[in-house]
Write a protein that binds this ligand. Structure first.
Ligand SMILES: [Zn+2]
Length: 62
């Protein structure tokens, strides 16, 4: 099961296993960050709220 970092400030989603130095979420204040384990929730954020997956998640099926 995957786990995801949600960057509510930049409306980006990162996969915790693939977060790297290029991920902007590392510079986002913790109050703007959340973690999600539900792929359904992640998909809903993308679909309904316009969140985008960070490049660190490229190739992953969310
Ligand atoms: Zn990322």
């Amino acid at each position: 099961m995957g786990q995801y970092y949600i960057d509510h400030y930049n409306a980006e989603i990162h996969h915790t296993n693939f977060v790297n130095d290029r991920c902007t979420i590392l510079n986002v204040a913790s109050k703007h960050r959340a973690t999600l384990q539900s792929e359904r929730e992640v998909a809903r954020l993308c679909r309904d709220s316009g969140y985008v997956k960070c490049a660190c998640c490229d190739g992953l099926v969310i």
